[in-house]
Design a protein around this ligand. Sequence first.
Ligand SMILES: [Zn+2]
Length: 224
Amino acid sequence: MQKHIIKTGQVFGRWSVIKEVEPKRFVTSNRTQIKRCFLCRCLCDSATERAVVLYDLLNGKSISCGCIGNEKTTLRNTTHGMSNTTLYYAWKGMIQRCENPKSREYRWYGAIGITVCSRWRKSPQAFFDDMGPSWKPGLTLDRICGEEGYRKQNCRWITIELQQRNRKDNRRVLCNREPMIMTEAAEYIGIGVHVLKYWLNKGCGITSINGNIIKDQSKLKEKI
Ligand SMILES: [Zn+2]
């Protein structure tokens, strides 16, 4: 039988391989099987380490320390039906944007003081209770006032098209490397927003007479 080559750091589901360990012996009434085992660490917060049979890694029978199963159960038990997953991801995305500096979107949220209210932060269930009833498929979470954080009074569900339109008017720019929305940047350097928009549409950035540099974030994605 061909021997599988498994490298340290290779990932199966949430398992990350550390090293090969003693094979496990499985004895049934008519035969004994020896199965290769790998010490793996789960990529969840618990960082559980366990020896996992190679075959279970390869065929997807073992994908985590049990955390994935637990998360699904929590979801099933907290609300009902198919909407759970979407609501859960909306909740998770919101927490990530506001609290995880490694999140791609953090600079537009957490870094500029957009927070999640403590009620929602503590519990996805509280978020489901507040926002679940008004949710419909195809809608996305939106803050009514862009300067304020995530809480029931400032949140609603809107269509993705509407959100994109709002975002276009509130285009994100870097003003001297500081994240701002276009209207703020225009005010900051003292020109009309339509003028700034015109120049940003022409290229990826402008330098104002007093030396402020404004760049269109959407055109810089690869560089930062
Ligand atoms: Zn885990």
